[in-house]
Ligand binder design. Structure first.
Ligand SMILES: [Ca+2]
Length: 336
C-alpha cells in the first residue's frame, strides 16, 4: 500500500506543484480583508479577553490571555477546547491559524492539538481533548508517536480526517488507518510564527504549513473529492497526558472563497461528510472507493505480471547457460 502511495505521489507531484503554484498565485491576488469572516475569526487584541470572547466559548482547562488562547498548559493530564459560536454559512472557505506549541520537554512531550470543523461543539473527549466519532473535519497536530509499527512516520505529524460519526481515532496507531492524508511538520518550540492554511474549495481540501520561519506556504496535503456541508462549527482542542506541552492558538482567520459558477440550487447544509479516497466501509459499495480498490488490484496484478516475466527471463537465461555449458563439455569430451 505504501509503495503504491509512493508511486502515485511521484506521478502526481508535477500536478500538485502546478496546482499549488496556481493556488499561491490566487492567494497573492486575493484581498483577504474583502472576504474575512469576522464572526469566525479570532484576532488580537481579542475583545473581551481575560474572561470571555463574544464569538467563542471555552471548556476544560483552556484559558484566554491577552496574546493567546492556551488550550492546555505544559502540565500533565489537562485538556480543553475553544469553539466558535456561529455556524459557517459559506460552502468554500479558507482558514489561517497561527499557533504555538512549546514546552520544557526536550524529547518527551505531547500529546498535541487539533483543529475542527464539526457538527457538534463543546464535547470534551479523548481525541486531543474533543469527542471521538466526530462528524466533520478534524486536523490533528500529533506531537507524540504512539506507534512504531507499519506506516509509522516522523513526528510531529499533521493529518486530516473526514468522519461521518462512525470512525474511531485510534491513538495506538496515531490515527494513521483512518487519515485522509498527512505530512510531518517540525512546528514545536520555534521562536518564529508557526501557521497553517486550510483551504476547502470546490470539494478539494488543501493544507499548507508555514513552520520553517520563511514566511511562505509549503504543501502538506491536497485531496480532491472531499464533501463537507455548511452549518458546522470551527473549534480547536488539545490534551496532555503523562506528557505535556503548551498548546496555544494565537489567531484564527476565516475567509470566504468566491466561486464564480457556484451551484445555488445545491443544498450545501445537507451534505454528509465523506471523501472519495477514504470513506467508511459500510454502505458505500458503489461509490468511487470501489474504483480505488480496483485500481489497487490492477497495480498488484501488474506488479505480479512484471515479477513473473522477470523470473521467467532469469530462468531462461540460467537454463540456457547450463545447456550451453553441458554442450561445450560434451564437445570437449568428443575431441579428447
Ligand atoms: Ca500520537
Amino acid at each position: 500500500m505504501a509503495s503504491h502511495r509512493a508511486v502515485e505521489c511521484v506521478c502526481f507531484l508535477p500536478l500538485i506543484t502546478v496546482f499549488l503554484t496556481l493556488s499561491l498565485a490566487q492567494e497573492a491576488q486575493k484581498t483577504p480583508g474583502d472576504y474575512l469572516k469576522r464572526e469566525h475569526s479570532l484576532i488580537r487584541p481579542y475583545t473581551g479577553a481575560g474572561a470571555s470572547l463574544p464569538m467563542w466559548d471555552i471548556i476544560g482547562n483552556t484559558m484566554i490571555t491577552n496574546s493567546y488562547i492556551r488550550l492546555t498548559p505544559d502540565k500533565q493530564s489537562r485538556s480543553g477546547s475553544i469553539w466558535n459560536k456561529v455556524p459557517l454559512r459559506v460552502p468554500n472557505w479558507e482558514m489561517h491559524c497561527h499557533f504555538k506549541v512549546h514546552g520544557q520537554g526536550k524529547s518527551l512531550y505531547g500529546d498535541g492539538f487539533a483543529l475542527w470543523y464539526t457538527k457538534d461543539r463543546m464535547r470534551a473527549g479523548d481525541v486531543f481533548g474533543n469527542q471521538d466519532y466526530h462528524t466533520g473535519l478534524g486536523i490533528y497536530f500529533d506531537t507524540y508517536s504512539n506507534h512504531n509499527g507499519p506506516h509509522n512516520h516522523a513526528h510531529p505529524y499533521i493529518s486530516a480526517q473526514i468522519n461521518n460519526g462512525t470512525l474511531h481515532y485510534d491513538h495506538d496507531r496515531d490515527g494513521t488507518h483512518t487519515e485522509l492524508a498527512g505530512c510531518p511538520a517540525q512546528f514545536r518550540n520555534k521562536q518564529y510564527e508557526t501557521q497553517i492554511a486550510i483551504r476547502y474549495y470546490k470539494q478539494r481540501l488543501t493544507i499548507m504549513t508555514d513552520v520553517d520561519g520563511k514566511s511562505e506556504w509549503k504543501p502538506c496535503l491536497d485531496v480532491d473529492g472531499v464533501r463537507l456541508p455548511t452549518g458546522y462549527f470551527f473549534g480547536a482542542s488539545a490534551a496532555t497526558g503523562e506528557l505535556a506541552d503548551n498548546h496555544d492558538i494565537v489567531s484564527v482567520k476565516v475567509y470566504e472563497l468566491e466561486v464564480p459558477d457556484l451551484d445555488e440550487s445545491m443544498d450545501y447544509a445537507n451534505i454528509e461528510p465523506s471523501a472519495d479516497l477514504f470513506s467508511p466501509p459500510r454502505d458505500h459499495v458503489d461509490d468511487p472507493k470501489g474504483a480505488f480498490k480496483n485500481a489497487t488490484l490492477t497495480w498488484k496484478r501488474m506488479f505480479l505480471l512484471i515479477f513473473c516475466i522477470i523470473i521467467g527471463v532469469i530462468l531462461c537465461i540460467v537454463v540456457g547457460v547450463v545447456v550451453f555449458q553441458k554442450r561445450q563439455e560434451q564437445q570437449r569430451k568428443r575431441f579428447y
